[in-house]
Design a protein around this ligand. Structure first.
Ligand code: NAG
Ligand code: NAG
Ligand code: NAG
Ligand code: NAG
Ligand code: NAG
Ligand code: NAG
Ligand code: NAG
Ligand code: NAG
Ligand code: NAG
Ligand code: NAG
Ligand code: NAG
Length: 418
């Protein structure tokens, strides 16, 4: 998937997620079927071969439906498919019909079907991984009954305006990217155990996930508004990049297991994480052009990685922050006074180098907090306003060690998306 410039899409509906949910577990026990319904690495390139599959209420195997020989693909008759069912590069297909299909135990993939407009999965409830990608004309996805059990769902590069019918409680992966007509994502998901990524859909897509209580990685890009009112735990990282919201509040979030990055959000003026007490990785606020005050972390006590904050900042306060185990780097082109910052945050101890560069004054001090992985670090915390001490403490190597997992996590998420 490539980066795409996104033009704001047409009007659209929300991806509504019903509240009635079944937590049926994925059925992976493969039944035995007659040889006529057992397909081993079967590639269907003609309608007669698709009909062979449709003749089986229960089919087993791995099937790829591929090529330019189909107008429509009709799987009416197949109810359960144990294995992987891939519809790839079916370039003349405008409609995929599987109105009786309830289950696909492995992957169900639609890729590169460039004129496909309609997918009918009206009674599908259970799927291992559903991937729809590179189907740029797809505007109708019929999930009337609704998917209640799935591991992973990726919807990328379609013309869908809505994602109704995804009623899963917990997913490993939920990835919605490059769907330029999806302007609202409203999901009842309660937990995402691997990656939740929403990027490059309609510019300013409105995201509401008020049932979500925990997630592993969250990556949001080009989002216009965000509501995560029940989110309490992020086990890995939260990255908010290039979004269009003016204010950001995640009011019940108490801990972040790795990094928090709030970057390149050009109109963001207000950040509020009123319950957040710990960030166990790096903490970055950068290139948010309109941000002048950072005061939305009233109970943040510790950051296990490094802190990097820059911008046209007038005031930065962390009233409860006492421990930063990496380095601390605050750079402002605004009215912020580094000596005022030090006074107002006098309980802050930093293991690595602490560096503040303001328009009027700067402060640099070596580490004061003993870091588990660092050697000796100064216990005195000498700090001199206006000085330009360049002395480095040994602890700065600890900061690098903390930073590395953040970068790895960022790249892993990025790789999953592009
Ligand atoms: C959910 O489960 C109930 C019974 O447990 C069943 O009647 C209903 O059809 C199921 N709904 C779906 C969407 O599978
Ligand atoms: C939901 O899952 C729990 C725990 O796995 C199980 O005890 C319960 O019976 C399930 N409920 C339904 C409706 O399947
Ligand atoms: C599908 O088509 C694309 C673009 O035309 C091509 O790059 C890709 O290799 C094709 N995939 C397969 C499995 O043939
Ligand atoms: C999907 O199709 C696109 C273009 O046809 C291709 O570049 C991409 O590799 C395909 N992805 C998968 C998972 O097959
Ligand atoms: C879901 O995605 C994860 C991570 O890529 C993978 O390990 C898992 O096998 C997938 N599940 C299914 C049913 O394909
Ligand atoms: C997140 O961490 C909590 C507590 O450490 C744990 O109970 C939960 O299962 C984890 N969730 C994920 C998605 O990893
Ligand atoms: C998101 O919601 C706001 C406020 O309702 C609206 O102005 C904006 O157009 C929405 N975003 C999109 C992409 O439709
Ligand atoms: C938040 O979660 C609680 C249970 O943990 C639930 O009762 C409540 O409805 C959820 N709130 C929203 C807005 O979804
Ligand atoms: C979220 O926080 C509010 C108070 O700010 C509290 O009333 C509510 O119960 C919390 N919800 C959850 C799910 O923790
Ligand atoms: C910065 O903000 C804090 C808390 O909002 C306030 O007490 C302090 O006076 C402000 N400092 C400056 C220099 O404006
Ligand atoms: C602090 O951050 C600024 C801006 O991000 C950067 O230019 C500078 O090199 C950093 N300083 C240190 C000591 O890391």
């Amino acid at each position: 998937m490539q980066f795409k410039n996104v033009i704001a899409g047409a009007a659209l509906v929300g991806a509504a997620f019903a509240t009635t949910v079944n937590n049926s577990t994925l059925t992976t026990a493969t039944p035995s079927v007659g040889s006529g319904c057992s397909f081993s690495k079967f590639t269907a390139t003609a309608s007669a071969q698709v009909a062979q599959i449709a003749a089986c209420a229960t089919a087993v195997g791995d099937v790829t439906i591929y090529g330019a020989a189909f107008g429509n693909i009709d799987l009416t008759g197949t109810e359960q498919f144990y294995g992987n069912l891939l519809i790839n590069n079916a370039t003349q297909v405008s409609a995929f019909n599987a109105p009786t299909l309830e289950l696909v135990s492995g992957e169900l993939t639609f890729n590169g079907s460039t004129i496909l407009e309609t997918i009918n999965l009206a009674v599908l409830t259970t799927v291992g991984t559903l991937t729809i990608s590179a189907c740029s004309q797809l505007d109708t996805l019929d999930l009337t009954t609704g998917i209640t059990s799935a591991d992973n769902i990726t919807i990328a590069d379609t013309a869908l305006t809505t994602l109704e019918g995804i009623n899963v409680v917990e997913l490993k992966i939920f990835n919605v990217n490059n769907n330029k007509d999806i302007t609202t994502i409203n999901s009842g998901l309660q937990s995402v155990t691997d990656s939740l990524a929403i990027s490059y859909n309609a510019q300013g897509v409105n995201v509401t996930m008020d049932e979500l209580t925990s997630a592993y990685d969250i990556y949001l890009q080009d989002v216009g508004s965000l509501s995560f009112s029940n989110l309490t735990t992020i086990n890995s990282s939260l990255i908010l990049d290039n979004c269009q919201f003016e204010s950001l509040e995640i009011k019940n979030l108490t801990s972040i297991g790795n990094a928090l990055a709030i970057t390149d959000n050009s109109v963001l003026t207000d950040i509020s994480f009123p319950a957040l007490t710990t960030i166990k990785g790096a903490f970055t606020i950068e290139n948010d052009d309109d941000l002048s005050v950072v005061d939305g972390f009233p109970v943040l006590k510790s950051v296990s990685g490094s802190v990097v904050i820059d911008g046209s900042l007038d005031n930065v306060t962390f009233p409860d922050l006492t421990k930063v185990y990496g380095s601390f780097n605050l750079t402002s082109t605004g009215e912020l006074s580094c000596s005022e910052f030090e006074k107002e945050n006098k309980d802050l101890t930093v293991a690595g180098t602490s560096n503040c560069v303001g328009k009027t004054d700067s402060t640099i001090s070596s580490g004061t907090l003993k870091s588990s992985s660092s050697g000796s670090s100064s216990e005195t915390g000498s700090s001199s306003s206006g000085s330009s001490t360049t002395k480095k403490s040994d602890a700065s190597s600890a900061a690098v060690a903390y930073l590395t997992p953040f970068l790895a996590a960022f790249m892993a998420v990025g790789a999953a998306i592009y």
